[in-house]
Ligand binder design. Structure first.
Ligand code: ADP
Length: 533
């Protein structure tokens, strides 16, 4: 039968087959919230009826500015289930960019967490098409904002019926919308179809991807405003896995406490989150009782950290690659049967690469003329991707985003004969020194292995003779350590001599954006002329 692949079917499946499975949610206010998949389905339908009651229709867009919490989850299902589009906004965008994406997406309703009230205040007068502002809270935690009436989510849905037959939609219609972070120019919208989300979530459940089943307790640290939290809020209901939503507290201590108290087995997030968690574990001499697997991506996970998770904390790392334009995970590294017998060092090296494309996705690398390069692990070129859940056009743009049917990612990669892809750098981050390329990722990886380094970032800095030279910025584990020469000597044993950075700057912290990635654009502004001064 040609039944459509729909987001509402995921919710119905979760509620009917795993109705008593739990969703735990850490809230901005009050204790942990806990309820079942069945209750989630009930309230998602109440929300859907409330939105329909406002006159919204299939195709209407509902925005959210929110953490990972249960009301946001209800919106994921209630909005998309009716055929409306769930537009998750990144709260770390500059207010001008936030207003830009709300207007560009034509959001009619905005759902927001009370902690983002100041942000809402900043944009409210610049978003003329938004008809309703709804705070994801009860009445007592709903702020008042000058010039608009703010509804409380709880009073908005309270008297609504939970009777609703989800419409049989065309699976190719948009279900969710997410904008790129717009480091260059305005953010661009990627509209995810129901089909893309269902297929991508199914893929996440596969054993070689994240291996999600009803045996797992899943904690997505990756925000629900960032690429659908890599589809984990969907995959967990599909698989019947307990879902733990961490709300606003993403520091090492808070995550550890939640992982332990809720017996989390599987988590997912960007490397900076795991660095914070490992620092906390090390400082307090802690270990995990139940955590056994983690999905990492968004930026490169250093090999030293993979080794630590694996050997010290007994956590299996799955290192994935994807981008806003790929709905969720497109490639993932994982240890298969044969590699299980390799040495620890070789296995960690393999996991530090970004892995094989998952079924449904194809990858290739091309040179500057667009010619396909060999899969030999040596040739490096721009990574191109195509597949069932890859963008074709940006939202509201007539122009195709593809080149000869493939999406050009702006990442430089190698692919070996086994299909293992390794990201060498982003085109905008690679350092061009004397006509040759230096990979900032590889230098960061090498620096992260130094015992005094908590975090490392490398940028290319303008140089009068070599065009660009690498500069290494380091956050130290202990402030007492300040030996640049020791760091550079350490690196010179691990990378080619001409790759060794020209200087090291010790910093207290690195600028991290809303999705947890180091903002190299900010570092380039601050340090970009240090070698020509
Ligand atoms: P942005 O980082 O610009 O906010 P995205 O979240 O869409 O936007 O990021 C996608 C980019 O992140 C990829 O093009 C790639 O450069 C980088 N990336 C994602 N996963 C990895 C990874 N595992 N290793 C290295 N880089 C990664």
């Amino acid at each position: 039968m040609a039944r459509p692949l729909l987001v509402s079917a995921i919710l119905e499946h979760g509620a009917l087959q795993f109705g008593s499975q739990q969703v735990i949610s850490r809230e901005t206010h009050g204790p942990l919230h806990s309820y079942t998949f069945k209750a989630l389905a009930h309230r998602s339908k109440q929300l859907a009826n409330a939105l329909l009651g406002l006159g919204l229709k299939p195709g209407s867009v509902v925005g959210s500015i929110a953490w990972n919490n249960y009301r946001h989850l209800e919106a994921y299902y209630g909005v998309s289930g009716t055929g409306m589009v769930m537009h998750t906004c990144n709260p770390r965008l500059h207010p001008d960019q936030l207003a830009y994406i709300i207007n560009h997406a034509e959001d009619e309703v905005i759902l927001f967490d009370s902690s983002f009230a100041p942000l809402v205040k900043a944009v409210v007068n610049h978003c003329p098409k938004v008809r309703h502002w709804i705070c994801l809270a009860d009445e007592s935690h709903t702020p008042s904002i000058e010039g608009v009436h703010v509804h409380s989510y709880e009073s908005f849905i309270r008297d609504q019926s939970a009777l609703l037959d989800w419409p049989d939609l065309d699976e190719n219609l948009g279900a969710a919308l997410c904008y790129t972070s717009g480091t260059t120019g305005n953010p661009k919208g990627v509209l995810y179809s129901h089909r893309a989300i269902v297929l991508s979530a199914l893929s996440a459940c596969l054993p070689n991807v994240l291996d999600i089943s009803s045996k797992e307790t899943v904690l997505p640290v990756v925000p629900m405003f960032h690429i659908n939290a890599w589809c984990l809020p969907y995959a967990s209901l599909m698989a019947g896995a307990k879902l733990v939503l961490p709300g606003p507290k993403l520091d090492g201590a808070s995550l550890y406490e939640l992982m332990e108290s809720e017996k989390v087995t599987l988590s997912a997030g960007v490397p900076t989150i795991w660095m914070g968690l490992v620092n906390h574990l090390e400082q307090h001499n802690l270990s995990f009782s139940t955590m056994r697997r983690t999905g990492v991506g968004g930026s490169a996970m250093p090999k030293a950290l993979i080794a630590k998770f694996n050997e010290v904390y007994k956590v299996d790392v799955r290192h994935g690659w994807g981008m806003t334009e790929t709905t969720a995970v497109a490639t993932i590294s994982n240890i298969g049967g044969e590699e299980a017998s390799w040495t620890d060092a070789l296995r960690h090296e393999l996991v530090a690469k970004q892995g094989k494309s998952v079924f449904g996705i194809e990858i290739k690398i091309v040179d500057e003329q667009g010619q396909t390069l060999p899969r030999d692990g040596q040739a490096q070129g721009e990574l191109m991707v195509r597949g069932q859940w890859i963008v074709e056009n940006y939202h509201n743009s007539e122009q195709t985003a593809l080149v000869d049917g493939w999406f050009p990612t702006g990442d430089i990669a190698t692919i070996d004969e086994d299909g293992v892809m390794q990201i060498r750098d982003r085109t905008k981050d690679v350092i061009k020194s004397g006509g040759e390329w230096i990979s900032s990722i590889e230098l960061e990886n090498a620096a992260a292995a130094h015992p005094h380094v908590a975090m490392a970032a490398v940028i290319g800095v303008k140089h009068p003779k070599w065009d660009e030279r690498p500069l290494l910025l380091i956050v130290r584990k202990s402030q007492d350590f300040a030996d640049k020469h020791a760091i550079l000597a350490f690196l010179s044993e691990r990378v080619a001599k001409w790759w060794v950075p020209d200087d090291v700057v010790f910093v207290d912290s690195l600028p991290v954006g809303g999705t947890g990635k180091v903002q190299k654009s900010e570092l380039r502004i601050q340090y970009g002329s240090i070698f020509s001064e």
